[in-house]
Every structure is written in structure tokens, then in C-alpha cells.
Design a protein around this ligand. Structure first.
Ligand SMILES: NC(=O)c1ccc[n+]([C@@H]2O[C@H](COP(=O)([O-])OP(=O)(O)OC[C@H]3O[C@@H](n4cnc5c(N)ncnc54)[C@H](O)[C@@H]3O)[C@@H](O)[C@H]2O)c1
Ligand SMILES: CC(C)[C@H](C(=O)O)[C@@H](O)C(=O)O
Ligand SMILES: [Mg+2]
Length: 347
């Protein structure tokens, strides 16, 4: 079990080390952890946010555990040298096109979300976010017009095959859950979304048991807080999925709880919390490591087929929360390591 560990910037190393402690506590056969530099930390050391040796480590591993990247002090750099390019580069280079972001309410947190408890407790959804295309990876640029105004642009596009493979990921996920798939787009305005919708309808023919619906992203943002229990699996593009998943995190209590898996075809995957490097709380030992610990559980399930071990971790996190051990993000006072200790004790 060769796992690359890329802790990154800000709270990345703090939350990643708790997830590593959890993996080590499980006595996994042949567990080998290989660290690599990413993000601002890698830029400062190697002059690049995703050095070739880091990419090599990722390619030599069966899975990657990723913390977070981002460093506001490096925002002046050219875009290709900024810390965020590490995660974007890994997603692209490793063909990680399917990003699974589950959100459900843990027992004991119903009163702590941004929703009314009776609404919050209905949530159990999965966002399947396309991760290799959209406006993220289209041609982009900045220029000065003749009249001196600056203009920036980012090309939004999807090719049919890119939509088709994420559609299959969405339908397959729905088959393992409530058999409801809501495709979120902006087809009333965007050609990209019209193609997206057409392909979703085409692929639906291969999954007759799954009920496919379509929703515009603005309505989806509203329904996510009004009636989130109506969603089972949501499949959407890169940008919409980024935004909706942060929103979903507050519907279940905190961004410190949402894990994710970024998957290629096959079993390889990169696993990371959906949150960033949180510079405002970095170095204080107060970040919630649960999203990263839950990402490690997703890794055991998807990349190593270790369902029982994944459930053990998820149950230990749930039991920790049920015991009232919470970080500041959930109105509690437990620090990063204390939360890690509590999860370990319950393992
Ligand atoms: N995948 C990634 O590596 C990733 C994801 C998102 C943002 N970023 C980067 O992170 C940097 C900061 O971005 P941002 O502030 O917009 O988003 P963020 O997710 O880092 O933080 C948003 C807010 O949530 C809080 N928060 C986040 N994670 C938390 C945790 N585990 N426990 C408690 N509180 C937590 C932060 O303190 C902050 O107030 C930027 O450079 C951004 O580009 C990276
Ligand atoms: C850091 C950034 C590039 C990234 C994204 O937009 O995908 C982040 O917000 C995420 O959700 O993983
Ligand atoms: Mg995001």
C-alpha cells in the first residue's frame, strides 16, 4: 500500500498528520507513506508548486493523500507558479476527472448547521463534480484594450467525451445510492451546458433504473438550502461543483467536515478535504482534521477496496462528534490534535 502524502500549505500539514495517524493506527498490510512537496511550500523549496519529483511520487503510488495548497503571500506570482497549480496540475496530469464530494449530517450536529435542524437532518447527498475541464482549463488570458481598459477571459468548454465519462460516473454513483441523479447546469444561457444536458439525456438510456432530472445552477443553490433532502446524487461541471460543495458543507455544519475523492478510471485516486489552506487559522492547532480523516476513509474504500476499514474510520468520526468533541468551526473548543486523539481512541 504505497500512499503519497502531500501536506501542502497552511493547515494542510496540521490536518494531514492527523489523517496519517489514523491510517497508521489501522495496521494496514504493507503500508508505505511517501511524502512530497506541493503548493507554496514546494515553490519556496524548488521554485515550482508541483515539482517533477512530486509528480513522480504520485505516479509511483496507488493513492495520494492531499492536504491543501494556497498562500496569499504568493498571489503576486504568475498564475502557473501559484500554489493552487499543484492541485490543478495533479488533477490534470493524473486524469482525475471525477470528484466525489459526499455531504451528510452527523448525529449531534443537526442544531449546528446553517439550516433549520429539521431541514438539515434530511441531507444525505453526493456531489459528482467534473474535474478536468470547464472554465478551469480553457484558454485564458489578460490584455489591455486600445482604450487602456484591461480585459481578462477564460474559455468555458466541454467536449462530448468529457461529459460522457462524468455522466457515467454520476449514473454509477446513483446506482449505488438512491437511484436519483440531478444534473446541474446553466443550459438556459450556456452552450457548454446545452451540450452537457444533451449528453446526460443520451447516457441516461443506459441506466433505466436511475431517475434523471435537470436543474439550473441558480435554482440548485436555492434548493440546496430549501429542500436539500430531495437531492441524492448531483452531477455537475467543475466550477458549479466547486461552489455548490462549499455551500453543501455549511448545510451539514462545517467545511471542516467535507471529504473528497478525485478519481481516474481504475482504482487510483487523490483524496483531500474540500477546504483550502485556511491561512486565517493556520499554525494555531485549531483546524478541524475530520474532513481529511474522512478523505483517508474514502481512499481505503475506493483505491484499496477496504470497505470495513473505511467504515471503521467513519464510525470513529461519527462517535467523536456524537460525544460532543468538536472544533471551533462547530462551536466547540477541541484542537486539531485533540480531535485526532479522540478519533484514534474510538478506532
Ligand atoms: N484543494 C485545495 O488545496 C484548496 C481548496 C480551497 C481553497 N484553496 C486555497 O486555500 C487558500 C484559502 O482559501 P479560502 O480562505 O478561500 O478557503 P478555505 O477553505 O481555506 O477557508 C475558508 C474558511 O473556512 C475555514 N476553514 C477551512 N477549513 C477549515 C477546517 N478544517 N477547520 C476549521 N475551519 C476551516 C477557514 O478558517 C476560513 O475561514 C487560497 O489560497 C485558496 O486558493 C485550496
Ligand atoms: C484551490 C482551487 C483550485 C480548488 C478548486 O477550485 O477546485 C478548490 O477550491 C477545491 O475545491 O478543491
Ligand atoms: Mg473549492
Amino acid at each position: 500500500m504505497r500512499i503519497a502524502v502531500f501536506a501542502g500549505d497552511g493547515i494542510g500539514p496540521e490536518v494531514t498528520s492527523e489523517a496519517v495517524r489514523v491510517l497508521q493506527a489501522l495496521d494496514l498490510p504493507g503500508l508505505e507513506l511517501v511524502e512530497g512537496d506541493v503548493g507554496g511550500a514546494a515553490y519556496r523549496k524548488h521554485g515550482h508548486p508541483l515539482p517533477a519529483e512530486t509528480l513522480d511520487i504520485a505516479r509511483s503510488a496507488e493513492a495520494v493523500l492531499f492536504g491543501a495548497v494556497g498562500d496569499f503571500d504568493l498571489d503576486h506570482l504568475e498564475r502557473h507558479l501559484r500554489p493552487e497549480q499543484a492541485v490543478l496540475g495533479l488533477r490534470k496530469e493524473l486524469g482525475l476527472f471525477a470528484n466525489l464530494r459526499p455531504a451528510r449530517v452527523f448525529k449531534g450536529l443537526e442544531d449546528l448547521t446553517s439550516l433549520r435542524p429539521e431541514v438539515a437532518q434530511t441531507i444525505d447527498l453526493l456531489i459528482v463534480r467534473e474535474l478536468n475541464g470547464d472554465v478551469y482549463f480553457g484558454e485564458k488570458g489578460m490584455r489591455t484594450l486600445e482604450d487602456g481598459r484591461r480585459q481578462g477571459w477564460d474559455m468555458m468548454s466541454y467536449a462530448e467525451d468529457e461529459v460522457r465519462r462524468i455522466a457515467h460516473a454520476g449514473f454509477k454513483a446513483a446506482m449505488t445510492r438512491g437511484k436519483k441523479l440531478c444534473s446541474v447546469d446553466k443550459a438556459n444561457v450556456l452552450e457548454t451546458s446545452q451540450l452537457w444536458r444533451d449528453v446526460m439525456i443520451e447516457v441516461a438510456a443506459e441506466y433505466p433504473e436511475v431517475e434523471l432530472s435537470h436543474m439550473y445552477v441558480d435554482n440548485a443553490a436555492m434548493q440546496l438550502v430549501k429542500n436539500p433532502g430531495a437531492f441524492d446524487v448531483v452531477v455537475t461541471g467543475n466550477l458549479f461543483g466547486d461552489i455548490l460543495s462549499d455551500q453543501a458543507s455549511m448545510c451539514v455544519g462545517s467545511i471542516g467536515l467535507l471529504a473528497s475523492a478525485s478519481l481516474a478510471e481504475g482504482t487510483f485516486g487523490l483524496y483531500e478535504p474540500i477546504h483550502g489552506s485556511a491561512p486565517d487559522i493556520a499554525g494555531k492547532g485549531i483546524a478541524n482534521p475530520m474532513a481529511t480523516i474522512l478523505s483517508a476513509a474514502m481512499m481505503l474504500r475506493h483505491s484499496f477496496g477496504m470497505e470495513a476499514e473505511a467504515v471503521r474510520i467513519e464510525d470513529a468520526v461519527a462517535a467523536t462528534l456524537a460525544a460532543g468533541i468538536k472544533g471551533g468551526d462547530l462551536g466547540g473548543s477541541a484542537g486539531t490534535k485533540e480531535i485526532g486523539d479522540a478519533v484514534l481512541a474510538r478506532l
